[in-house]
Structure formats: structure tokens, C-alpha cells
Ligand binder design. Structure first.
Ligand code: ATP
Length: 404
């Protein structure tokens, strides 16, 4: 007792401040989401590491600003690869990564045939939100096209799905074992002294050692590199690298294939070959690809997600996206369209008319039924020679309407 009485008042004051500080930090911990470590680990750090070091650690790297949402870090998966996005390595998921054997969260259970589901997924780089509350749903077996302008967040989204970057918040549910996911980045690079077949063999050995070595030449043939199988890849062109990346991603016959801009470096013939290959995977492999090339999406994807400034503006079948946009037609008559053009402009259901070239008109209409009934009649009444009359609502118009 006497010894306690001898403790200087200043020490009591410091101890009091420490206790109050620890309690205040613990209250703050209860009111905010946490990252980097589970909540209990942060509580232990705050209490056990000398005040104020523990509190400062939590406040600087463990506390997620803003009111608590329940989106805590949860260690359910080991890091897979370095984070190429923001330099933070190794990767620790700060989202709930669900085991397919467990119950899916609300968003996942809403779509039973979804192989990939995200809920409220957000990614921040410093002050910039690259993804904002994205709810992605990728149906099993679909070819899903993620489209958006430069900087929209496509690569960030795919990197998160692939486990290469970590989201700032949100839920991610990939119902495929990690070794059954193939990932191809947009500009794949390989050790230059390896031959193409060695690159593919390495990928096979790492991801699907049970598959026979014959699988190597099979996938090299699929991507059109059979003649270059024994060449060192140091001399490969960008397009060849892209094909080789695809072969390395395909060699394990993955259930889910994630492709970032799979045809960006290919010539028109190469692009067609790769798209045909992706199209053939439909039904057996789920493919998620990002691209700027809307024609590619229209050709190969069943489902699209339109992303812009990190916001998913549309998600659904392409047909649904096209149906949302204004209906347009291309009308081609031989020769000049002078009087026919004026007649069409007078129709109440024509909202916009552009003469793309002599005799070639793009007509946007408010009433598709009326337009389809009346336009051929008007062409005949004007004595014009009809060369073509086709729907012209394209993905580009739909895309521009959503993103501009
Ligand atoms: P692009 O089509 O041009 O490849 P994208 O749709 O793939 O673009 P992202 O690469 O995901 O878009 O980038 C989304 C936003 O995040 C951009 O504003 C980009 O500048 C930013 N960003 C991406 N990676 C980082 C990073 N590592 N550090 C900081 N900001 C980043």
C-alpha cells in the first residue's frame, strides 16, 4: 500500500491517459470497419502494444474511414500472388471470400447459377475509387464481356476476381477452386529463353500436373502456335505472346477463364481465330473477358457488363442492352435519296435522320412497328430502288448511350 502511495502523481496521470486512450480506441474500433487484420487482432494490438503505438497502428493502417458497414477483413484464403496494383504484397483478402461448400451471401444466393458474384465491391487507389459498389453476376458457362472506356476499372475488376489485387471493401464469391481458374493478363510476358512448349508445359505442371504432356501441343495448336512450339519466346511478337498467354491459361482446361483484353494485339485474322476459340469454350468453360472492341463482344459474348468510372451501368444479355437503346435502321437506296429523305424527315415517328453517304441513310425511330411497315412503302412510293433495309441498333450506340 505504502509503495503505491509513493508512485508519483505524474505516473498515475500518464497511466490514466493511457487507459482512457485505449478505451477510446477500442470504442472507435467497434464503430469502424477494419482492414489488414481481423477485429480481434486489432483489439489485442491496441491493448497489448504499449500505448499509443498500438492505437496509432490501428488508426493508421487498420481503420477503414466512414461508418461501420460490416465489411471486415476475414482471413479465409491465403495470398496467391503479389499485388501488382498498388504495391501491397503479399495479398491478404480484406473481403469475405466464400467457400462454395458454405452458404453464399444474399447476393450470391439470389442467382443460383452464378459462378462469380460480387456484392458491393469497391476498390480505392489513394483518393480515386476505381470500382464503386459493383454487384457482378456471371452465369455458369457464359462468355461474359466486361466493356468500358479507358480507365473504367475493367483491369482492376478482373485482377480482383483473379486474386491479384485486393478490394477495399465488399464480398467476392468465386465458386471455383483456385487451381481451376485460368488467368491471362493483357500483355503476358515469359522468360525469353524458354520455348513456347516449355512455357505451356510449365503452366501445365503447376496447375494441372495430372493432365498428359500431349495437352501442351493440343493447346498450342488451338491458339495457332503449333509451328512456333519449339522457338524461344524471346523473339515472339506481341500477338504471339498473347496467343501463348492464352495457351498457358487454357492448358489446365480451367472451369473459369479470366482474359484481360484477349485480342488487343492481334491482327484481324488472329482476332477472329481467338474469338472463335473463345466461342467454342461456351457452355463448358465460363469466360470473363474485358475488351474495348465492341464488335468482339457482339460476336462472342452472351452476357455483358458495361462499366464506366468504376460503376457497373448495365449487366445482362446483349439483346437486353440493345433493346434498351433507341431503334435505328440503315436504309440503302441506289443513287441519290433526295426526295425520299425529305419524305422520311416529315414522318412523325422519325426522330433522327443522317445521310451517311449518297443513298445511305441512318434512321432513328420512336415506333419500330410503324417504321418497319412504312419505310418499304415510302421507298416504293418515291420510286427509289431499295438495296438494303436493316436494323442498325448496334452495341456501339447502346454503349455510348450508357457511358456518355
Ligand atoms: P484500360 O481500358 O485503359 O486498360 P481499365 O478499364 O482497365 O482501363 P483500370 O486499369 O482498372 O481501368 O483503372 C481504373 C482506374 O484506376 C484508372 O483511373 C487508373 O488510373 C486507376 N488505377 C489503376 N491501377 C492503379 C494503380 N495501381 N494505382 C493507382 N491508380 C490505378
Amino acid at each position: 500500500m505504502n509503495e503505491l502511495a509513493e508512485v508519483p502523481t505524474a505516473v498515475w496521470a500518464l497511466a490514466g491517459i493511457g487507459i482512457v486512450g485505449i478505451v477510446a480506441t477500442l470504442i472507435d474500433l467497434a464503430r469502424h470497419d477494419v482492414t489488414q487484420l481481423p477485429r480481434t487482432a486489432w483489439a489485442l494490438i491496441i491493448v497489448l502494444v504499449s500505448f499509443p503505438i498500438g492505437a496509432i497502428l490501428y488508426l493508421t493502417i487498420g481503420r477503414v474511414p466512414g461508418p461501420r458497414t460490416g465489411r471486415d477483413w476475414r482471413a479465409t484464403e491465403e495470398p496467391a500472388a503479389p499485388d501488382h496494383g498498388d504495391g501491397a504484397a503479399p495479398v491478404l483478402r480484406d473481403v469475405e471470400v466464400l467457400d462454395p461448400r458454405h452458404d453464399a451471401p444474399t447476393a450470391g444466393s439470389a442467382v443460383t447459377d452464378a459462378i462469380v458474384t460480387t456484392h458491393d465491391l469497391g476498390k480505392r487507389y489513394g483518393e480515386l475509387w476505381a470500382l464503386r459498389d459493383v454487384d457482378l453476376r456471371v452465369p455458369r458457362g457464359a462468355i461474359y464481356g466486361l466493356i468500358g472506356p479507358n480507365g473504367a476499372g475493367k483491369t482492376t475488376m478482373l485482377s480482383i476476381l483473379a486474386g491479384l489485387r485486393r478490394p477495399t471493401h465488399g464480398h467476392l464469391d468465386v465458386e471455383v477452386a483456385r487451381e481451376r481458374v485460368g488467368v491471362v493478363v493483357d500483355t503476358p510476358r515469359f522468360e525469353p529463353w524458354l520455348t513456347a512448349v516449355e512455357v505451356v508445359d510449365l503452366a501445365r505442371t503447376l496447375t494441372a500436373p495430372d493432365l498428359p504432356a500431349a495437352r501442351n501441343s493440343e493447346v498450342l495448336a488451338e491458339v495457332g502456335l503449333e509451328d512456333a512450339a519449339d522457338r524461344r519466346v524471346g523473339g515472339f511478337s506481341r500477338g504471339m505472346f498473347q496467343r501463348l498467354g492464352l495457351a498457358a491459361g487454357l492448358v489446365s482446361a480451367p472451369d473459369l477463364l479470366i482474359l484481360d483484353e484477349p485480342s488487343s494485339a492481334l491482327d484481324p485474322a488472329g482476332r477472329r481465330e481467338v474469338l472463335d476459340l473463345i466461342g467454342r469454350l461456351s457452355g463448358t468453360t465460363t469466360v470473363i473477358l474485358s475488351t474495348h472492341v465492341l464488335a468482339d463482344v457482339q460476336q462472342v459474348c452472351d452476357v455483358v457488363g458495361v462499366i464506366d468510372h468504376g460503376v457497373l451501368r448495365f449487366q445482362g444479355p446483349i439483346s437486353e442492352l440493345l433493346a434498351r437503346t433507341s431503334t435505328a435502321y440503315l436504309l440503302h437506296v441506289r443513287g441519290e435519296a433526295g426526295t425520299l429523305r425529305r419524305t422520311l424527315e416529315d414522318q412523325p415517328w422519325v426522330t433522327e435522320l443522317t445521310e451517311l453517304a449518297p443513298g445511305r441513310l441512318r434512321i432513328v425511330v420512336s415506333d419500330a412497328t410503324e417504321a418497319e411497315r412504312a419505310i418499304p412503302t415510302l421507298v416504293a412510293a418515291e420510286g427509289a430502288r431499295l438495296a438494303a433495309f436493316t436494323p442498325a441498333t448496334d452495341l456501339e450506340s447502346a454503349f455510348l448511350e450508357l457511358t456518355s
